[in-house]
Design a protein around this ligand. Structure first.
Ligand SMILES: *Cc1c(COP(=O)(O)O)cnc(C)c1O
Length: 370
């Protein structure tokens, strides 16, 4: 049996390789490898796509989060509330600024932070909330923004897995103060290397983001802040510029695949699994099911034997990570998060996944769990 991979980024190259080659060669011939028009054009095209007035490119999604926090003056003594069920960078960047990550449990059905639990965690040190739109699906931004407004908190959206996703028709990254995106190859808009972007409608914040990503210097060799070097390469910008017009098509293919998975799984009537709720605004970076207690790792191994490769995002919640022992959390603090970490399994998901491949995934799951 052929291998079904969890993602397959080379397929985009097969579709639009000629255009990517041309764009890359044009940059190579231009001699402009850092900054320049290609980067600023891509920044404005991306901002236009999200609907914000500003887009500031940087070296990764991680840097985008860190720079956004720094631009909002978050640091030592401050607290930022985020999800314990996310990629490490969400909390890591809060810690990098000197601030303290405060975790809030998630909802089982969306895997996103449970905004009803937010208010109880707000103290006079709370400066910001960092919602993470996990697996392509938006957090409940209506409730979240109302709370942020009430307590005068900044909102930094971690949109790394949700490029193009919407909440009530509005694109994520255009709802809070700053939206942070990743162009890591497996994200919905993936480059051929690392890359990131920050979006905002606030000119002052945009200016500070520009300055911080280039050594805190508004003018070359004159430094106002401790910044960093976090630029997007011209080469990545050129490749991403070619890919951006295809993003909506790829996202709608992901949507169709997720609907089809759900239909197949319902029909298969497999005991002990839960599949994601329908969500029209999601861009389905992952299609993640939950498997009955204690069975997940075995199911994953059996799928692997049949050459179907699945992923576990994420096996250990952030509040139980070794590096965060000093935060004082313990097992049992976030029961929903801890439960899903033992049960989640992300099925193969990429825009080019075929119907035959999907059928095979579901039939194999059915055989294993019957
Ligand atoms: C990928 C990811 C990041 C980090 O992005 P990089 O470009 O890999 O640095 C941050 N948050 C989440 C939720 C992610 O999935």
């Amino acid at each position: 049996m052929n291998k079904i991979p969890p993602f397959d980024v080379s397929q985009q190259y097969q579709q639009i390789g000629d255009r990517l080659n041309q764009a890359a060669l044009a940059v190579l011939a231009s001699g402009q490898y850092i900054g320049g028009q290609t980067v600023s054009q891509f920044e404005s095209e991306f901002a236009k796509y999200i609907g914000t007035t500003h887009g500031v490119a940087c070296n990764s999604g991680t840097d985008a989060l860190y720079l956004a926090l720094r631009a909002l003056n978050i640091g030592e003594g401050d607290e930022v509330i985020t999800s314990p069920f996310t990629f490490f960078a969400s909390a890591e960047t809060i810690s990098m600024t000197g601030a303290k990550p405060i975790f809030v449990d998630i909802e089982a059905h969306s895997f996103n932070m449970n905004v009803d639990l937010l208010e109880a965690l707000i103290t006079d040190r709370t400066k910001a909330i960092m919602p993470v739109h996990l697996f392509g699906r938006s957090v409940d931004m209506a409730k979240l923004m109302a709370i942020a407004k009430k307590y005068n908190l900044y909102v930094i959206e971690d949109c790394a897995q949700a490029t193009g996703a919407t909440f009530n028709g509005q694109k994520v990254g255009n709802i809070g103060d700053v939206g942070c995106f990743s162009f890591y190859p497996t994200k919905n808009l993936g480059g051929c290397g690392d890359g990131g972007m920050m979006t905002t409608n606030n000119a002052e914040i945009a200016e500070k983001l520009h300055v911080l990503r280039e050594h805190g210097s508004p003018k070359r060799y004159f430094h106002e802040y401790i910044g960093m070097n976090s630029r997007l390469d011209s080469l990545q910008a050129a490749l991403l510029q070619v890919k951006l017009p295809y993003l909506d098509k790829w996202n709608s293919q992901r949507r169709e695949i997720s609907d089809r998975y759900t239909g197949l799984l319902k029909d298969a009537n497999i005991p002990n699994i839960a599949f994601p709720h329908r969500c029209p605004g999601s861009v389905w970076n992952q299609y993640t099911i939950c498997i009955g207690e204690g069975k997940r790792n075995d199911v994953q191994a059996q799928l692997r034997e049949q050459n179907i490769i699945t992923m576990i995002y994420y096996p250990l919640p952030l509040h139980l990570q070794a590096v965060y022992a000093n935060l004082g959390y313990k097992k049992g603090d976030f029961p929903v998060t801890e439960d899903v970490c033992d049960r989640v399994l992300s099925l193969p998901m990429f825009p080019e996944l075929s119907e035959e491949q999907q059928n095979r995934v579901v039939i194999t799951l059915q055989k294993i769990l019957a």
